[in-house]
Design a protein around this ligand. Structure first.
Ligand code: ADP
Ligand code: MG
Ligand code: MG
Length: 878
């Protein structure tokens, strides 16, 4: 089997195959194929990762000659030999999964150096300082990544060396200083590892390749995969590539860049670079990087020269490469480059992570530029990410007590309690608290804390630092590089001058301006920008399914309309009963001894309920509104605390004993499967009769009425629905007669029990529509109570029993099968039956794709998820 694919020097063997080469390898191959300057190398394909684990973390013999060929390929092009004392070839060994997992996995640079080859490198480069700097970097990385030694010890040794010489920057250390540091590093390795540092370059190579495969199973990589739903069996590829050096003095540099602004999507090159630096230096925030473009430097009022100013020719070449890359990949690219003595080398490209706002703008712009089609633009925006745009931003008119200003690294506003480490962030967030993670700089180990936090603040690092990149990808607001902030993670404080923020203090970040405020700041609803509207129009043109909202107040209904809802898919009525003004009448009804007593209480509720509907109907004039009749068990309306019994009994006009007795009578062992849903309507038809009356009276009272769709919950049999439909139809006729006016309406049911799904053919003979109540249908099909699932569901997902939480994303295989079957049987019995979904899943893009595949007529989601559902429905249809 071929496991090794070569690239560079006019060769690109892997056909840009991502599944085989991983993202990084595929794009190195791609850049080589269009003639860009890529240091030559080879990729060990992802299937080898699985093979490596199958072999008990060892390599099969057949890999050896293939790797040897790969090395020979690099040697041939560079004219250097791996391990050659006179003119050694150095390589990097880089990870690269199918999708990018920034900073999650390991890389080793400068591999091939040892006590002998370092002399050769020094001689051929004519730069002893550079040679020793490369060697000490290599030992440090190899010790950390491959040998698993504590990197703190090495950093400390470097700090001590700098202190001894009285310098602050790594670049100020001389060749002799660095040579001495190497001696110290080698001693440290021997002390911590118990063996001398490997001098054999082939042993170094295999060690590094094994470490990269090993990093696939590191804790942080696993966490990242879980958060981002990346399958654990994909594995990573390994890229071995000739080193190029950005640390060869003042004409050398390294940098990262985006072809467009990843924060707001503007069509402007965006990036940072550092002169005389290597690899990770820019991202790690050790030195403050300089701007790529002069425009950005001037906007930031920064002094250090931009790359455009300091290296105009290389910059021009880079700009040409950017344009070629956008043409080739037809998307905004995130790039790593290195300049070695004035020559540009491309080290990486990938589709850049971006904020939702940038994603929208870039998609719409690229379609307008003719680079992609409108359909592609619709496909380019992650529906779930729109969430970021729909939430409040800071009120520009609100007072701000500005503590410090940093870089606007990821837009949006966030308010929360300051915390100084990721574990605390995760712990406090799990208790429902909003937290802001405050760090000097973040590293891949902070991924769980960043995920848990509402926002991220760092004292160091630029616009392309780890914190900034990850925050933009996660949609978290971020302010980075707030340099005047001095953070003491141990003491859990952050100081700016005399002001001190301690753990738990509330702070607010404005990720769009870089300002950090003490306390909370008022927020406003965002204006939905022109690009948003444009993309939505394109999406609406592409989708087949309608999108409705779940709404039970006029305010919700209004928001839903503004977000483009085409009706209400679920109006729950029980919440209306909980309101203080009516709970007493509800209780009177429950406590009544007979039907006559219940009717007296229901008569009091009728005008209230009618008013509820009137408000929603007005907003939804002319549109369908699905109203679900009373669903929860009655005891939910009774008090639970003994202390309240007396007051409640008095208000309802009964003796305390009666209340106590009824509470005991209504007690259920398993209320979810108890006396609820249409079972209430079957036993007390007068309840549904009152609700039906309220619906029809409200609809008749309006000049333009909506189309009420009266929904009977928890039906399992045809007969149940038949009985309830009789009550509803009879009430409708009575109201129409009284008002001298008829309106159009439907009667249907929720499909939320497996029996109902199976008997859908019979039920459809009576019901005019089905709405799949996937919350209950998931509970009843899986036999899992949603409220009790948290104790084991995470473990179930971790062990791969369910791919994702089935209450968040529909269990397409099981619950989906019931839906498909019910839809088909329902349609056979009643060809014009209306089919929709109203569970939480109605706002989940993956579930929406499923709804499209079984031909539902509409999905219904909470108001804020309506735009998400519109876009997801369009993507599903394309
Ligand atoms: P990550 O996925 O964490 O970015 P990379 O494999 O891209 O890891 O490498 C880390 C850093 O090392 C990057 O800045 C990259 O540009 C740099 N680097 C990788 N390979 C080489 C090379 N052959 N020559 C010079 N720099 C390199
Ligand atoms: Mg990289
Ligand atoms: Mg239900």
């Amino acid at each position: 089997t071929q496991y090794v694919y070569r690239f560079g020097g006019g060769i690109s063997e892997g056909n840009q195959e991502k599944t085989l080469l991983g993202g990084k390898g595929a794009n190195l191959d791609g850049m080589a194929s269009i003639g860009l300057p890529v240091p030559p190398g080879f990729t060990i394909s992802t299937p080898m990762c699985a093979r490596y684990y199958e072999e008990g973390e060892a390599f099969p013999a057949e890999l050896n000659p293939q790797v040897a060929d790969g090395i020979a390929h690099i040697e041939g092009i560079t004219g250097k030999k791996f391990g050659d004392p006179a003119d050694p070839l150095l390589v990097s060994v880089r990870s690269g999964a199918r999708v990018s997992m920034p900073g999650m996995m390991d890389t080793v640079l400068n591999l091939g150096l040892n006590d002998v080859t370092v002399q050769g490198l020094s001689a051929t480069s004519g730069d002893a300082r550079f040679a020793w700097d490369s060697y000490r970097r290599f030992i440090q990385m190899y010790a950390d990544v491959v040998l698993g030694l504590d990197h703190g010890a090495f950093e400390e040794a470097l700090e001590i060396a700098k202190e001894d010489k009285g310098v602050t920057l790594d670049t100020e250390l001389t060749a002799a200083n660095l040579e001495a540091l190497v001696v110290e590093y080698l001693r440290l390795v021997e002390e911590l590892w118990g063996k001398p540092f490997p001098q054999d370059v082939h042993a170094q190579l295999w060690g590094a390749v094994g470490a990269v495969f090993g990093s696939w199973q590191s804790e942080r990589a696993k966490v990242y995969r879980r958060i981002n739903s990346i399958p654990h069996d994909w594995g990573t590829a390994v890229n071995v590539q000739a080193m190029v050096f950005g640390n060869m003095g003042e004409t050398s540099a390294t940098g990262v860049a985006f072809t467009r602004d990843p924060a707001n999507g503007e069509r402007a090159y965006y990036g940072e670079y550092l002169i005389n630096a290597q690899g990770e230096d820019v991202v790690a925030g050790i030195r403050t990087p300089q701007y790529l473009t002069t425009a950005a430097r001037e906007r930031a009022k920064a002094k250090p020269l931009s790359m455009q100013e300091s290296m105009p020719e290389v910059y021009a070449e880079l700009a040409r490469v950017f344009d070629l890359l956008e043409l080739h990949y037809r998307d905004m690219q995130d790039i790593e480059f290195t300049v070695e003595r004035g020559k540009l080398w491309m080290l990486q490209t990938r589709s850049g992570k971006r904020t939702a706002r940038a994603a929208l703008k870039i998609a719409v712009d690229m379609a307008s530029e003719g680079l992609i089609t409108q359909e592609e633009a619709v496909m380019r925006v992650e529906p779930a990410s729109l969430d970021q745009l729909l939430h409040p931003t800071l009120d520009p008119k609100a007072a701000r007590d500005v503590l410090v200003k940093g870089l606007p690294a990821s837009p949006g506003a966030a308010t929360g309690a300051a915390v100084f480490d990721s574990d605390t962030a995760e712990r406090r967030a799990a208790l429902g608290e909003s937290v802001i993670l405050v760090r000097t700089e973040t590293s891949p180990e902070d991924i769980h804390g960043m995920h848990a936090a509402k926002g991220i603040l760092t004292a160091r690092g630029g616009m392309t630092s780890h914190a900034a990149v990850v925050a933009r990808g996660m949609g978290r607001p971020c302010v980075s590089g707030a340099g005047s902030l001095s953070i003491d993670a141990k003491a859990k404080t952050a100081k700016v001058g005399a002001r001190v923020i301690s753990e738990g203090d509330i702070i607010t970040l404005d990720g769009s301006s870089g300002e950090v405020m003490v306390g909370a700041v008022a927020t406003v609803q965002p204006e939905l920008s022109g690009d948003f509207g444009t993309l939505m129009v394109w999406a609406d043109g592409a989708r087949r399914m309608k999108v409705r909202a779940n709404a039970e107040t006029p305010a919700d209904a209004k928001v839903a309309r503004e977000f483009g809802a085409e009706g209400v898919g679920l109006c729950r009525t029980e919440h209306m009963f909980f309101e203080a003004s009516r709970i007493t009448a509800v209780r009177e009804m429950i406590l009544a001894e007979d039907e006559a007593g219940r009717r007296v209480a229901l008569a009091k509720l009728l005008p209230e309920q009618r008013a509820d509907f009137l408000g929603i109907f007005e907003v939804m004039a002319g549109l369908p509104v699905t109203i679900r009749l009373l669903d929860p068990p009655l005891h939910e309306f009774l008090p639970t605390a003994e202390a309240d019994f007396e007051d409640v009994a008095k208000a309802a006009g009964v003796a305390v004993e009666v209340l106590k007795r009824r509470t005991v009578e209504l007690h259920e062992f398993n209320p979810m499967l108890g006396h609820r849903g249409c079972r209430l309507g079957v036993t007390y038809p007068e309840i549904y009769e009152m609700q039906a009356r309220a619906i029809f009276e409200a609809a008749c009272d309006l000049e333009v009425s909506p189309i009420p769709e009266v929904m009977v919950p928890l039906v399992a049999t045809r007969r149940e629905l038949e009985l309830m439909k009789e009550v509803i139809d009879r009430t409708a006729e009575a109201v129409f007669a009284e008002r001298g006016k008829r309106i159009e309406y439907l009667v249907g049911t929720m499909i939320e029990l497996p029996r109902a799904a199976l008997m859908a053919g019979q039920i459809a003979e009576v019901g005019q529509f089905f709405s799949f109540g996937t919350n209950d249908l998931t509970q009843t099909t899986l036999g899992v109570s949603r409220d009790d699932a948290s104790r084991f569901l995470t473990t179930y997902v971790e062990k791969g029993i369910y791919a994702t939480d089935p209450f968040v994303s529909l269990d397409v295989e099981g619950v989906g099968e019931l839906i498909a079957l019910a839809a088909e049987r329902g349609r056979t019995a009643r060809p014009d039956i209306k089919l929709g979904i109203c569970g939480e899943h109605g706002g989940d893009p993956a579930s929406i794709a499923f709804c499209e595949s079984v031909g539902l007529d509409y999905v219904s989601a909470s108001p804020y998820r309506v735009p998400i559902a519109r876009l997801a429905a369009a993507q599903a249809a394309l």
